[in-house]
Design a binder for this molecule. Structure first.
Ligand SMILES: CC(C)(COP(=O)(O)OP(=O)(O)OC[C@H]1O[C@@H](n2cnc3c(N)ncnc32)[C@H](O)[C@@H]1OP(=O)(O)O)[C@@H](O)C(=O)NCCC(=O)NCCSC(=O)Cc1ccccc1
Length: 182
């Protein structure tokens, strides 16, 4: 019997196939590229998309030094029991777009990781929201920390969520010059 929501059966009837590449085929080339070059190669399809991006159906649209743009459909496979996109999916989109904005400022041998982020959910993302567009922008790029902001708008241009993050910047393990010995 079909899962029509009224017949009483709750067997899942909707299906989504997710494919992804070996994560090592993504991480290894990233070690020898500047952030901007790595991210441009991702967008060009020369390096496969990270698994989490495939899982959520995120599309990486563009990257420039200190800014990145991605898109994600407000699709029902991301819905929570309240009938809107789960806040964690929106958080993942914002963490991704802000992190990539930071990554796009880094030279070869430098890396980053998110230390914390703060979010405001301003409007529920529902089936009427269409494609969600997320933009990340670096507001401070220091030697040890970078601060970035992010915004999600729906297909009508209405603000869905805002965020800010602090990222730690560090030398990629193995990229440090060994200390000289007298
Ligand atoms: C409702 C409110 C929190 C507050 O609204 P305000 O800041 O005062 O804003 P404003 O007055 O400007 O209205 C803006 C729009 O909101 C509409 N609206 C307003 N009040 C109500 C109302 N009482 N009820 C319904 N709708 C209301 C209002 O008509 C307008 O829409 P419109 O322009 O007419 O089309 C809004 O910010 C919001 O929805 N944020 C997103 C929250 C979100 O999605 N969180 C993440 C998902 S949670 C999750 O996943 C966790 C979980 C996991 C697992 C299981 C369970 C849970």
């Amino acid at each position: 019997m079909a899962d029509d929501g009224v017949s009483g059966t709750h067997a899942p009837s909707r299906r989504r196939v997710v494919a992804w590449a070996d994560p090592r085929s993504i991480a290894v080339p990233g070690q020898s590229l500047a952030g901007l070059d790595f991210l441009r190669s991702l967008i060009a399809g020369e390096i496969p998309s990270p698994p989490v991006i495939q899982l959520l159906g995120i599309e990486f649209l563009s990257v420039e030094p200190g800014t990145a743009t991605m898109r994600m459909p407000a699709a029902e496979h991301l819905f929570n029991p309240l009938g809107c996109v789960h806040g964690g999916s929106l958080a993942t989109l914002l963490d991704s777009v802000m992190g990539c904005a930071v990554h796009a400022t880094l030279p070869v041998g430098r890396a980053y990781t998110t230390l914390e982020f703060q979010l405001n959910f301003l409007r529920a993302a529902t089936e009427r929201s269409g494609l969600l567009t997320a933009v990340g922008q670096v507001v401070h790029a220091g030697r040890q920390q970078a601060v970035a902001e992010g915004r999600i708008t729906d297909e009508s241009g209405r603000l869905v969520a805002t965020a800010s993050t602090t990222c730690l910047l560090f030398d990629r393990p193995g990229a440090r010059t060994p200390p000289t010995v007298d």
